[in-house]
Write a protein that binds this ligand. Structure first.
Ligand code: FMN
Length: 188
């Protein structure tokens, strides 16, 4: 973890503020506590988003153009499945990962960029060291939108959690690269 964090520390930050703060959770009881808080928070927040997504004017304004579709077709069924697995003891939120890392800082766009870059440096360093990572948007959502989760994590009021991931040794080995659509690029 120290080596992984070093990769974050050396990542550039906007105007070299170096204002990124890390939270690393490795205590299994604390991870369980966080899971128990995060899952209902995410379900509640998604429920609110789904309701908003059904009101076209609000949906475009608050969630963006494609949100209504995404919330109804992708996120809602995915979340239901995750919740059902988690209820049966199969942790589809953190995948039984032994470590969780979050980055937080001032709410500025610039800091969002710096924090995401730093977390991804950690992600790549982890892979180099044989540790697998999974980015976790659900945790970011709960950390920012649920006051109880934010307080539990000790994130200051004026800060935002900009990125998070789980870490652990991989159960599987990938033999080929993932399939992706061609990049949509405009060369100017
Ligand atoms: C911003 C962001 C948030 C993500 N949040 C989650 C998450 O909460 N849970 C999860 O299992 N995967 C999460 N992922 C992983 C993506 O679902 C995954 O990368 C994508 O499905 C492509 O799969 P692949 O990376 O295996 O190719 C997230 C990825 C990104 C970039």
């Amino acid at each position: 973890m120290d080596k992984i964090l070093e990769a974050g520390r050396y990542t550039p930050t906007g105007t070299n503020t170096q204002g990124i703060e890390y939270i690393v959770i490795t205590d299994p009881n604390k991870i369980a506590e966080l899971r128990e808080m995060t899952m209902p928070a995410v379900i509640r927040l998604f429920g609110m988003a789904v309701r908003v997504s059904k009101i076209p004017v609000l949906s475009d304004f608050l969630l963006g153009d494609q949100a209504a579709d995404n919330f109804q077709k992708i996120y809602t069924p995915a979340l239901k499945a995750i919740d059902a697995y988690t209820q049966r003891g199969d942790d589809r939120l953190f995948y039984h990962a032994p470590a969780i890392m979050l980055v937080h800082g001032e709410k500025l766009d610039d800091m969002a960029f710096s924090c995401s870059a730093a977390l991804f440096s950690c992600y790549l360093m982890a892979h180099t060291l044989g540790v697998g990572c999974c980015l976790n948007g659900f945790l970011v959502l709960a950390a920012n939108r649920d006051p109880k989760v934010k307080k539990w994590l000790g994130i200051p009021r004026q800060h935002k959690c900009h990125a998070a991931m789980t870490l652990g040794y991989q159960d599987v080995k990938y033999n080929h690269l993932v399939k992706r659509n061609p990049a949509r690029v405009r060369w100017i």
